[in-house]
Design a binder for this molecule. Structure first.
Ligand code: NI
Length: 299
């Protein structure tokens, strides 16, 4: 099982070890994939994690961008501008932000659904316009943040707390170490342009498939369009790990888990490992819930 950071500490990713010969591009240890593998060619699904995983401590460090040389030939830099490391909340930079989204302080822990439960495997309902701006929707988002943190995730979709509505929450770093926090109602992914957006293979897991991980190609950049809880239009873009999160979570809202994008053999391996690991994961979540919420506990 992936070893997590201390509860309350930084987010971190379960990454596969670096391997010789796969250091390409600006993300050491990741393989750029020139063309989509068969698993992503199925029509009808937006390319898209309750991305659960966590980011290795070194990835949370400030990355010093490589400045272009006078000849402008640097391959590792697209800009001489330093990375703006401010936390993005609903896509907007904030000069300061708490370690956990304030929503979580108001929320309660809900049970996380597990692969096999119907609500995870069908397209969820659109959020009705009447629900925007209501306490009901706000409370759901509060609970989703709280539940996500207790499970040490970086994203969580509505159907993962058993709610048949298309929305997700996230608190996820990108590959520059910039933290992104927010929620998206009715998320729709922009279609990937293979000419400009390569696929990247990295480890991925899911709070609803507790325990294991598997390598999966995802678009390096992603943009999701949707609404905030008050019905205002939202456009959230991300790169690297955060892009993976946006794709994974949007997939959830359409009833698709990451294991549905795996070939038969790795899918079988993941499900076998889940059965071996799930009780340990549940125990860890219960301990986190007890530590976080005290007597309130999980429902
Ligand atoms: Ni997930």
């Amino acid at each position: 099982m992936p070893v997590g950071a201390q509860w309350g500490g930084a987010l971190f990713v379960a990454r596969r070890p670096k391997a010789e010969g796969v250091h390409e591009g600006r993300h050491p240890g990741r393989r750029a994939v020139p063309s989509p593998p068969p698993v992503l060619t199925e029509p009808g699904w937006p390319a898209t994690l309750c991305y659960f995983a966590k980011v290795a401590p070194h990835r949370a460090q400030v990355r010093v961008p490589v400045v272009k040389s006078e000849s402008g030939m640097s391959e590792q830099s697209t800009s001489a501008k330093p990375t703006d490391m401010r936390v993005r909340v609903q896509g907007e930079p904030r000069d300061s932000y708490p370690e956990r989204a304030p929503e979580a302080e108001r929320g309660r822990v809900r049970r996380i659904t597990v692969v096999g439960e119907d609500v995870l495997h069908r397209r969820n309902a659109e959020v009705a316009s009447e629900l925007f701006g209501t306490d009901e929707l706000s409370r759901l988002i509060d609970d989703m943040f709280c539940t996500m943190y207790v499970a040490e995730g970086v994203g969580l979709a509505g159907n993962q707390v058993g709610v048949d509505l298309r929305l997700f929450v996230y608190d996820c770093p990108d590959d520059d170490g910039v933290r992104h926090v927010g929620h998206v109602i009715t998320p729709v992914l922009d279609e990937r342009d293979p000419e400009t957006t390569p696929l990247v293979v990295e480890n991925e897991g899911c709070l609803s498939v507790p325990g294991p991980h598997a390598e999966l190609p995802r678009a390096e950049h992603a943009t999701v369009r949707g609404f905030d809880k008050d019905g205002a239009p939202l456009v959230i873009s991300g790169t690297g790990y955060f892009a993976r999160c946006l794709q994974h979570e949007t997939d959830h809202t359409y009833g698709r888990l990451y294991i549905d994008r795996l070939a038969a053999r790795p899918r079988k391996r993941v499900l076998k490992q889940m059965n071996e690991m799930r009780e340990e994961v549940f125990a860890r979540r219960a301990a986190n819930a007890a530590a976080l919420t005290g007597e309130a506990g999980a429902e």
